[in-house]
Design a protein around this ligand. Structure first.
Ligand SMILES: Nc1ncnc2c1ncn2[C@@H]1O[C@H](COP(=O)(O)OP(=O)(O)OP(=O)(O)O)[C@@H](O)[C@H]1O
Length: 280
């Protein structure tokens, strides 16, 4: 069952067709109760590193929800806590205080084995550095997480993903035989194939030129709007954030603003206001 249980089709919204605004206008009570569970939620999350003089408060009282089937970007100045928040939400780091849920599953209090299982079955990752295994082909890289989890590949879904990322004729290539953009598309395909409840993307376009970056972002956005994937992306880039449905802004470890249906200009304006008005 694993991630399949959690794929969009299984929760009554269908695996295809846009439902980015799902569960809102005119939704029946059944829909509302389903949609009231966020893909990921944080309640009063604090993260403190170190102690005494060296203590750093990386996150301070973060409370927010990441809706299912939505593409959310996390932005903020350097050191504002973006990576820390992502790592805590994904169960890669522990919180000092507060609660994080993936769907209805509380992360807080899980041991390492439980966290590893949760990450394997319910979470996908896309990193700036691609993190592909150099000795494996594109296809083998894509299928690796499923084979580690002992899960079968759905051939139809594989075909859909490979076609969408435009890598059908590159499946036998090793990472060094692929461009940066193609490697990142392999990494995106790898994350999507397992149909995770949520994909965390950490600066996915940080190592790409603007054309390749746009391809990857379009692909991520389509996976949200056409296949109901939930994505949470950390980025410095207002253009990248403009591909998201929603942006949250951090400053000094606090969530200080948010923006729906963002444009690059709108995001840039918000960032400028954060830089000129430090939060205490
Ligand atoms: N392991 C750690 N030990 C101590 N302090 C840390 C640690 N990791 C992060 N910090 C501190 O926590 C704060 C938030 O860091 P974080 O990396 O989350 O910010 P960020 O917004 O992702 O920054 P950037 O955009 O530069 O990557 C910073 O002040 C950072 O120095």
């Amino acid at each position: 069952m694993g991630g399949v249980r959690n794929r969009p089709a299984a929760d009554g919204r269908g695996a295809s067709g846009p439902y980015r605004r799902m569960g809102r206008p005119g939704a029946g009570s059944e829909m509302m109760s389903e949609s009231s569970v966020a893909a990921v939620s944080a309640v009063d999350v604090w993260k403190v590193y170190g102690s005494g003089e060296a203590q750093v408060m990386a996150l301070a009282s973060i409370t927010t929800r990441f809706e299912k089937g939505r593409f959310t970007a996390i932005m903020g100045p350097s050191g504002s806590g973006k990576s820390t928040l992502m790592h805590c939400l994904a169960g890669l780091d522990t919180v000092t205080r507060g609660m994080i849920h993936i769907g209805e599953t509380p992360l807080t209090g899980m041991n390492d084995t439980q966290l590893t299982k949760l990450r394997r079955n319910q979470i996908g990752f896309v990193f700036q550095q691609f993190n592909l295994l150099p000795t494996l082909t594109a296809e083998e890289n894509m299928l690796l997480p499923l084979s580690i989890a002992g899960r079968k590949v759905d051939p139809e879904w594989f075909e859909t993903i490979v076609t969408t990322v435009g890598l059908k004729d590159r499946l036998g290539h090793r990472p060094t035989q692929l461009s940066g953009g193609q490697q990142q598309r392999v990494a995106c395909a790898r994350a999507l194939l397992a149909r995770p409840d949520v994909i965390f993307a950490d600066e996915p376009t940080g190592n790409l030129d603007s054309r390749a970056g746009a391809d990857v972002l379009s692909f991520l956005r389509n996976s949200v709007h056409e296949h109901g994937q939930t994505i949470i992306m950390v980025t410095h880039d207002p253009v990248a954030a403009s591909y998201a449905d929603h942006v949250i802004f951090l400053a000094d470890g606090r969530m200080v603003d948010e923006l729906s249906a963002p444009t690059a200009e709108g995001v840039l304006d918000k960032l400028k206001s954060l830089d000129t008005e430090p939060v205490h």
